[in-house]
Design a protein around this ligand. Structure first.
Ligand SMILES: CC(C)(COP(=O)(O)OP(=O)(O)OC[C@H]1O[C@@H](n2cnc3c(N)ncnc32)[C@H](O)[C@@H]1OP(=O)(O)O)[C@@H](O)C(=O)NCCC(=O)NCCS
Length: 300
């Protein structure tokens, strides 16, 4: 072996400081998420920065080595997301460090997050408890079969005046009022509502995200209604990349997603700290609105 190849040097010694996520360069945040193969675009980061708060870990020459964000929906509940450490720094305690900062900022609230496999040990060590799997379904959308609407239901495009009723449905399903988030999402999404007897009983939003479009949130009281409000988005994006993150697997809903070309690509785990986040399925009343698709893994 030559002297050149056997030479080694310790180069991984970073002095790191924490900065507000608003103060750092969007392109560098984008590079950070790309370094862990996440699909977020600059615009997706910007949307999250405008809605939530967060921190970035920066080295002496301004490189971003990590991030963590939190989304305080009210003074009782927040989600945590966008927890990333640069691959060359992983397993050195940076994840713990960033999470401790984030947890300080949301102290006193119940917390929810969706954990990747890589992050599971980190969150378990911080006393988060696993609640349910989330299936990340995606692919090139295919034209789904027609759906029949039950009990005189009609499906129509969502308009700005629907914010109140859809926020009420979402609050029952999600457990916390997300009116502000929904108002922002409506501005950049196409929406569909299902109306029965003059009342909105289900809705879906679909927006640009990552590699294509994402459908979410979707709130409905039955698989059939959820399918009815997702169907128009699948038709519109047939032939293009579409994604939907759901806790529902199997049954007619799972079957419908498969027929839309949305196969399970990955799985994450919903976890909580404090009070349980998700309603206990055993205690959930029939025909109660539930979340069929997440806004995103970070926002729940
Ligand atoms: C998840 C992630 C943020 C963890 O960051 P990190 O800087 O490696 O975290 P830490 O060094 O503080 O390690 C935290 C714990 O996870 C363990 N850990 C770290 N990397 C691990 C790996 N690849 N496999 C198993 N355990 C691992 C550490 O040993 C540590 O456990 P301990 O507290 O019991 O000692 C980082 O791996 C990452 O950015 N992954 C890709 C993006 C991602 O999945 N983010 C999570 C979104 S929910």
């Amino acid at each position: 072996m030559s002297a050149l190849t056997s030479e080694s040097r310790l180069v991984d010694s970073f002095e790191t400081r924490i900065a507000g996520i608003d103060s750092v360069d969007l392109d560098k945040l984008h590079a950070l998420s790309m370094s862990v193969a996440w699909p977020h675009r600059r615009e997706d980061w910007q949307f999250l920065r405008e809605f939530g708060q967060g921190i970035a870990a920066i080295d002496e020459i301004g490189r971003i080595l990590g991030s963590a964000m939190w989304f305080p929906y009210d003074d009782r509940f927040a989600t945590i997301g966008m927890v990333i450490t640069s691959p060359r720094l992983q397993a050195n305690g940076a994840g713990q460090w960033l999470m401790r900062h984030a947890l300080d900022q949301v102290a006193g609230r119940n917390l929810g997050l969706n954990s990747t496999r890589a992050a599971r040990r980190l969150y378990l060590s911080l006393d988060f408890v696993s609640e349910a799997p989330v299936y990340q379904c995606q692919g090139e959308a295919t034209l789904p079969p027609d759906v029949e609407l039950s009990d005189g239901a009609v499906v129509r495009p969502l308009d700005a005046g629907d914010l109140g009723p859809i926020a009420d449905l979402d609050r029952v399903a999600f457990g916390t009022d997300r009116r502000l988030l929904l108002a922002r999402l409506i501005a950049s999404s196409k929406g569909v509502v299902l109306v029965r007897g003059g009342r909105i009983e289900a809705f879906s939003l679909c927006r640009r995200f990552g590699r294509g479009h994402v459908v979410g949130p979707v709130v409905a009281s039955s698989d059939a209604d959820a399918i009815a409000v997702i169907h128009p988005h699948a038709v519109e994006h047939a032939g293009a990349f579409l994604r939907l993150d759901t806790r529902e697997k199997g049954g007619i809903f799972g079957d419908f997603l498969s027929r839309c070309g949305l196969a399970i690509y990955d799985m994450v785990t919903t976890m909580s700290l404090g009070e349980p986040w998700l309603p206990n399925p055993g205690h959930q009343a029939e025909h109660q609105p539930k979340t069929y698709a997440l806004v995103s893994q970070a926002l729940g």
